[in-house]
Design a protein around this ligand. Sequence first.
Ligand code: NAD
Length: 486
Amino acid sequence: MRQIDNFINGVFLPASHSRRFEKRSPVDNRVIASIAEASHADVDMAVKAARAALNGEWGRLTQDQRVDLLYAVADEITRRFDDFVDAEMEDTGQPEHVMKHVFIPRGAANFKIFADVIKNVPTESFMTDTPDGRGALNYAIRKPKGVIGVISPWNAPFLLMTWKVGPALACGNTVLVKPSEETPFTAALLGEVMNKVGIPAGVYNVVNGFGPDSAGEFITSHPGVDAITFTGETRTGTAIMKAAATGTRDVSFEMGGKNAGIVFADADFDEAVNGIFRSAFLNTGQVCLGTERVYVERPIFDKFVTALKAKAEGVKFGRPSDHGSNYGPLISREHQTKVLSYYQKAVEEGATVVTGGGVPEMQGELAEGNWVQPTIWTGLPETAAVVREEIFGPCCHISPFDSEDEVVAKANDTEYGLSTTIWTTNLTRAHRMAGRIDVGITWINSWFLRDLRTAFGGTKQSGIGREGGVHSLEFYTELRNVCVKL
Ligand code: NAD
């Protein structure tokens, strides 16, 4: 059983009030770890350590020295690749291949890419006319924002946390990370990496716990935290924004989605089926960019539903390390209950259940895990709860459409605006639609194909701000202008 402590000022510490909580395995609900729950005093200590580092050794490093250290962090993650893969598999129950090929390499890349960005992105300058004819030079410099609160979710814990810690540190900030209470393993491991490569104490701090009246709220309400970057549910974002209003602290929010997948009759059929299968069911549907609403052009509707059904019925449930298994459970019993309640609601709303709708039969200890079947519905109106609300499970509703205007209107008829995926061989139409669908990220004939230099974020209730590449610098630095009279 793992013992996870808080990581404050370069030292692993139990909570000052000795409180701990249990972490269960998603695959069988056995208790697999004991986690220190940070007190208010612990968070305060971490904020002070982060401030001291900012004003101390870390703040005095040159950009080159900082960049070298971030490269060393990425290299050390790669050296300890198996430890990170094991920790994340144990934490989330998701298959080994997803960890090895997406989540852990991306975590390492998050340190390298932002080290490169900060080194290579220039700031602006302007020559300004003045009445005396001598002119003035304006130029901008970037300064770290300060102590950054990083609040992250459980669905891709390491990738999503490092997506924020990487740029924050590259820009010279210090961080206070609160991983999800469901998935604290890799944030702790990263503390070991930071110490090993010589990141000064206090630069990277981890406090564990929950949201309200716990570490999450202690961070967001702490006056010593200069800005808050958050990934999670829109409802939580609202609470954090209220807390951030005190002291008018800046926020960057990556939140929920109810993303549309759109398949035209002229699409490469097999690629579209495979693409929507991934977008609806990868990571057991626990991906913010996933497609829970699928719209298929009428001439291929029946054929598409049949093909997606066959793929959904082909998944092999099992432990991440089981040979031949490729499908994991949901993160927690609580989340399983929520997803199953939507499965029930879909039936009550009159859906045709094409496949799934329940819990797969599992043997032995696995029968205690948080399993749910990949589920496909058809036949519901756009007003149905399962078509409107983010479920965050392995499920989608598929409906037919007849025209581009109709499907654009349906795709946009949501309070969210994170991403969309469009499948067609008519690229003129695809480009046109990309401008019409109100989301932060449009994929054409692909999904989750990420270039970390591009802008990432959502419109409407899916987020505030953009991160990625140079856009991360906007949040993690203060741009200051210097005007020199010549
Ligand atoms: P969540 O909002 O429940 O929790 C996220 C984090 O916020 C956790 O660490 C939690 O402890 C903390 N938290 C909760 N209440 C808080 C409060 N009042 N103050 C401070 N912190 C608080 O989200 P989740 O269930 O962990 O993650 C799933 C959600 O995340 C989904 O809605 C999904 O769409 C979203 N998500 C979005 C993106 C994106 O990039 N847009 C990526 C991944 C997940």
